[in-house]
Design a protein around this ligand. Structure first.
Ligand SMILES: *[C@@H]1O[C@H](CO)[C@@H](O)[C@H](O)[C@H]1NC(C)=O
Ligand SMILES: *[C@@H]1O[C@H](CO)[C@@H](O)[C@H](O)[C@H]1NC(C)=O
Ligand SMILES: *[C@@H]1O[C@H](CO)[C@@H](O)[C@H](O)[C@H]1NC(C)=O
Ligand SMILES: *[C@@H]1O[C@H](CO)[C@@H](O)[C@H](O)[C@H]1NC(C)=O
Ligand SMILES: *[C@@H]1O[C@H](CO)[C@@H](O)[C@H](O)[C@H]1NC(C)=O
Length: 387
């Protein structure tokens, strides 16, 4: 009785939590049953109990799925070996290279090798339907060896306090952590991502709207790496046709690329705010390409080779206290400058085109804290077990 009461009060507290930023108003499974899966098959069917002929999830039933242990999909579908290639020649570099599968002609021009991988990572992705909350209990909720797939027009999904790890970490195209395409109203909060072959989170290429990615830890420490330095390259990609995404309060560390990469095709409106980036090499932090409008403010960069690796359409506000006031007439407040320590920084002025985009989203903009306070705050709050 007592335990039941404690669980109930914990759930009430959790379901009343509100997403900051673009996912504000997302309710997930609120109002639906609360279930505790005990097998891999049960976890799958609670997240998505039915599909259509295209493989899209048709299960819209509101449901709260609580994980109180690790669900390990490795070896659940066996292993296979096929002809692939090395991502890169790492001779003379400190770490070994990732290998890759020959997906999308990836191996053209690369050195061939045979690749053994776990099938669940690639073919066993776990579909998530509309109106679902997936929630970890304490610090125990984990999914290993297979990622989540959110696609086919689904909406209203909360994924909180879950570790998603160990998906063919050595293999490019071996699987994503969370793959999101053609869907909306998604809140990914207080999760932990590590040792994943391809993207930790991939958004694209169809429209993905009203998404918040908050207080997650993206741990790039890995064995084989695309950049030969034990840092994971494929972190967070935002590439949709028409995206609105908030990236807030996350901890990115020991990685070397796509933290995040935004644009290249489509149109993305992304608020990157109050994140802590630590120890990133190469293209470890922001790469903004054509189509991206990025409001980059109040972030802290510690030992990052290039806080803004490249930005063609950037719209970043970088360390720019003199420009911060330019924001006021667009956003109704000053922008908050980014901070950097032990980094190469290039001054980036306020971009008026970007402010013109974001002036339409005032009610979805997180009100940032000053960058100087971000490291200790993010370290105290980001990741699993910190709800
Ligand atoms: C669940 O999702 C569907 C489709 O996305 C929506 O129409 C419906 O109102 C939702 N139901 C609940 C209980 O949230
Ligand atoms: C998880 O929750 C279920 C249902 O309440 C319970 O039977 C099970 O013992 C719990 N497992 C752990 C590891 O706490
Ligand atoms: C998105 O999913 C919906 C629902 O399945 C579908 O009708 C629509 O065609 C999809 N949109 C795109 C661009 O694929
Ligand atoms: C940065 O990360 C690399 C690779 O994981 C590691 O070797 C190095 O010790 C780290 N340095 C700091 C200052 O954390
Ligand atoms: C990066 O990894 C190294 C070990 O490779 C570790 O010593 C260091 O603390 C890590 N740095 C961060 C910021 O996580």
């Amino acid at each position: 009785m007592m335990l039941y009461f404690l669980l109930l009060s914990a759930l009430v507290g959790i379901s009343s939590a509100a997403a900051p930023g673009f996912a504000n108003g997302v309710t997930g499974g609120t109002g639906g049953a609360t279930v505790y899966p005990t097998t891999l098959a049960q976890l799958r069917s609670y997240l998505c109990g039915s599909t259509d002929s295209r493989g899209y999830c048709t299960d819209n039933t509101a449901r709260n799925i609580i994980l109180n242990r690790s669900f390990d999909f490795r070896d659940s579908m066996g292993k296979t070996t096929e002809r692939g290639c090395f991502h890169r020649n790492c001779n003379g570099k400190p770490g070994p290279s990732q290998v890759g599968l020959n997906f999308d002609n990836y191996c053209n021009g690369r050195t061939a090798t045979s690749v053994t991988y776990d099938k669940a990572g690639r073919s066993g992705t776990i579909l998530v339907g509309s109106n679902k909350t997936l929630l970890g209990s304490g610090n125990k909720g984990a999914i290993r060896g297979a990622g989540l797939m959110i696609k086919g027009g689904v909406s209203n999904i909360i994924i909180r306090n879950i570790a998603i790890t160990d998906i063919n970490p050595d293999v490019v195209w071996g699987g994503d952590g969370i793959d999101i395409d053609n869907s909306s109203r998604i809140w990914i909060d207080h999760c932990y991502f590590a040792r994943i072959g391809r993207q930790m989170i991939a958004i694209g290429t169809k429209a993905v709207q009203w998404v918040t990615i908050s207080f997650n830890e993206f741990d790039g420490k890995t064995g084989a790496s695309a950049t030969c330095d034990h840092r994971h390259y494929w972190v967070l990609l935002v590439l949709g046709a028409q995206d609105t995404v908030t990236i807030y309060g996350n901890y990115f560390h020991n990685s070397s690329g796509r933290g995040p990469q935004i644009g290249g095709s489509g149109t993305q409106h992304v608020h990157v705010v109050n994140n802590y980036f630590e120890n990133l090499s190469s293209a470890g932090s922001l790469t903004a390409k054509v189509g991206a409008s990025v409001l980059l403010e109040g972030n802290y960069y510690q030992t990052v080779t290039h806080p803004v690796y490249s930005s063609t359409t950037g719209g970043a506000i970088f360390g720019s206290y003199s420009d911060a006031g330019t924001c006021a007439s667009y956003l109704g407040r000053n922008c908050i400058g980014n901070r950097a320590a032990k980094c190469n920084t290039n001054y980036m002025p306020a971009n008026i085109a970007v402010l013109n985009v974001f002036k339409n989203y005032k009610k979805y903009l997180v009100n940032p804290m000053h960058g100087i306070n971000v490291p200790s705050w993010v370290l105290a709050n980001a990741g699993v077990g910190k709800l």
